[in-house]
Design a protein around this ligand. Structure first.
Ligand SMILES: *Cc1c(COP(=O)(O)O)cnc(C)c1O
Length: 350
């Protein structure tokens, strides 16, 4: 007789966006990956690490990824003791819950945002409180003092694409008795970020990923910035060799190539603005986006109809059956060429 923990037996489990087996035959705009390849220096660094016969793979990688903390520290303006590297930012989100929320304690997040926080909390046996959004994209009924152990703030928001103003985020940091974890997965497309709040408030943590703006979803790389006491706690919890050798090589090269990174982000932002304007011209309601995707309500408020039409043309976008979101689609911003094909298909449907 298999006796699972009650919360594991009853939970549904997270369902990620669809990854088709014949991925290269699709225009894939459903999981906010980057359509541009990573910096060529990333490939060079991985090949150099492999070193023709792969001998380096015999030995464990750096357990602390210390060099990467130094590089990220330099890029983002923090002492390395304020940074931890992660096997995807999902890893560090998980470890934050393990560090701060015991069984029965509460974490909070916004619906709609990244529902994986709820899955991670369920595994831990923590309670989850969802907050809604007002029409002008503020948190509905956020208390003057929030006593949950962690509040997860996805900004820019996914799937809606807007970002909270810095002033508003700062007020939330003041209202949280527990930690405010600011998930900045998309912040490189926004033009501003909340890093300065970490220096001002000891309860603020920022998580970042290399999956979107650095084109490295396949390498599983992320990091968090927080006070050294928080970083030290997260270091106790993580798998000791959480980043493999090839991931560490890729990460360093990607973070160092600022020129390539900026050029890619700018291209995506430019294409996003063009695509948003074009969609508005054909009757879509597009939320102004600070991300590498847009959320667009279709003219007949029927996201599924457009999703199916695009799917039949091998264009994959994200449809959510949730009644809060089913009137629209979340469409990642790919290359200009990919977005032109997508737009033409949408025009054809009318
Ligand atoms: C993509 C995404 C992540 C996960 O990032 P990984 O580094 O790929 O694990 C975390 N939060 C949000 C809001 C995301 O969209």
């Amino acid at each position: 007789m298999i006796k699972l923990r009650e919360n594991i037996a009853s939970m549904a489990g997270y369902v990620p966006g669809y990854q088709p087996p014949d991925i290269s035959t699709w225009i894939k705009l459903n999981t906010n990956e980057n359509s541009f390849p990573p910096s060529p220096k990333v490939v060079d660094a991985i090949l150099a690490e492999l070193n023709s016969d792969g001998a380096s793979l015999r030995t464990y990688p750096s357990a602390s990824s210390q060099k990467l903390r130094e590089i990220a520290g330099e890029v983002y303006g923090f002492d390395p003791s304020w940074i931890i590297m992660a096997n995807g930012s999902d890893e560090v989100l998980n470890n934050l819950i393990r560090a701060f929320a015991s069984e029965g304690e509460e974490i909070g997040y916004i619906h709609p945002s990244y529902s994986y926080y709820a899955t991670l909390a369920e595994i831990q046996g923590a309670k989850v409180r969802k907050f809604g959004l007002t029409d002008d994209f503020r948190i509905a009924d956020f208390p003057d003092r929030y006593s949950g152990k962690i509040f997860f703030l996805t900004t820019p928001n996914s799937p809606l694409g807007f970002a909270f103003p810095l002033q508003y985020i700062e007020e939330l940091a003041q209202k949280c008795d527990g930690m405010l974890v600011i998930d900045e997965a998309y912040v490189d497309f926004a033009g501003y970020n909340a890093l300065e709040l970490i220096k001002k408030y000891d309860n603020v943590v920022i998580t970042r990923t290399l999956s979107k703006s650095y084109s490295l979803a396949g390498m599983r790389l992320g990091f968090a910035v927080a006070r050294p006491e928080v970083i030290a706690a997260l270091d106790k919890i993580r798998d000791h060799y959480n980043l493999d050798r090839l991931a560490q090589a890729a990460c360093g090269a990607a973070l160092k190539d600022r020129e390539y990174f900026k050029t890619c982000c700018n291209k995506i932002i430019e294409t996003r603005e063009w695509f948003s304007a074009e969609l508005r011209n054909i009757g879509y309601n597009v939320i102004p986006s600070c991300s590498n995707f847009v959320f667009a309500s279709t003219p007949d408020r029927n996201g599924k109809r457009v999703y199916d039409w695009l799917y039949d043309r091998k264009i994959l976008v994200r449809y959510f059956s949730d009644p809060l979101l089913s009137h629209g689609l979340r469409i990642s911003i790919g290359t200009r060429g990919e977005m032109e094909v997508t737009l033409e298909a949408m025009k054809e449907l009318g």
